[in-house]
Ligand binder design. Sequence first.
Ligand code: SAH
Length: 348
Amino acid sequence: MEKTDILSLSLEELEQLLISAGEKKFRAKQIFQWLHVKRVMDFDQMTDISVQLRQFLKENFCINGLFMQKRLESAIDNTVKYLYRLSDGNFVETVLMDYNYGKSICVSTQVGCKMGCNFCASAIAGFVRSLEPSEILMQIYETERDAGTRVSGVVLMGIGEPLDNFDNVLKFLSLLSDKNGNNLSLRHVSLSTCGIVPRIYKLADMKLQLTLSVSLHSPYDDKRSEIMPVNRTYNIDELMKACRYYIDTTGRRVTFEYAVIDGVNSSDKDADRLAALLRGMNCHVNLIPVNRVKERNYKTARSGVADFAKRLGQRGINATVRRTLGSDIEAACGQLRRDAGSKGGQDN
Ligand code: SAH
């Protein structure tokens, strides 16, 4: 019988399993805290649990750890990039970023990605599988263990499309913010999506306090469909309606991600159209100088990004240029995993 992945269980689920095994309900909370607060990786370290119960746990559950395969530290800005090996031999990437207000971590939600955005290294390497809640959570626990510090923010912007792994991502978010466990407010969490419209509505209806980031990258349907295939299913008009619904339902501001690519989406006309599209919306634009991936010839002139930001600003749209972090360690998502060269590295 396969053992249950205990780090993916909510406190309530753990309580139910223990009660049906004839144990006391309060034991679940003790175990939950060992896992999510003290973060032990071995049932024998749960010293206030009886030997008998520990034995039961060992026979029925596993604590699913990640193995650090690679760790790259930027010489420029303290960014650390991790390549973690999962229990089945697949790889995921995690990036720890150092901002002046604290550390922020970028986690992956899938091994690879199905969405096929043509500027993204994760998409180019293909899709293998979705991550379990514990595998998303453990990227944070392992990285915090390595860094010897807690992170103050989490972004779901690593490899994968979070809304294509909806249930596990939601479970991860509830574990991350559980008051009896890790207890990080979802106000410090951003979830980035390429725009799976029905899932944006579903997420909005849950009224979580997280920030929704939407990867837009062009205000024109033909161009967006060319670089982001998801636009052929959910076009810009449908996406904007879903974003407005999200804002109205949650009261939260939406962020639009826009990777500026010379000759693709960086003209004055693009900026003007983008400004018109977003006018009156409670939103913010995050401009990213495109990270080069070796399969594409895309590039950005820094000055081009600044001009684009200025033009948006003049048209009343709040835009910032994201700092490029870890440029010396390939911190752009998907690049390390793709180059790992073993299982999950070259699947297509
Ligand atoms: N699938 C989600 C989250 C992962 S990608 C999404 O699409 O939003 C995180 C962000 O990085 C997205 O905004 C994505 O469009 C952007 N991105 C991917 N490749 C990039 C590149 N080469 N340069 C700049 N941004 C990139």
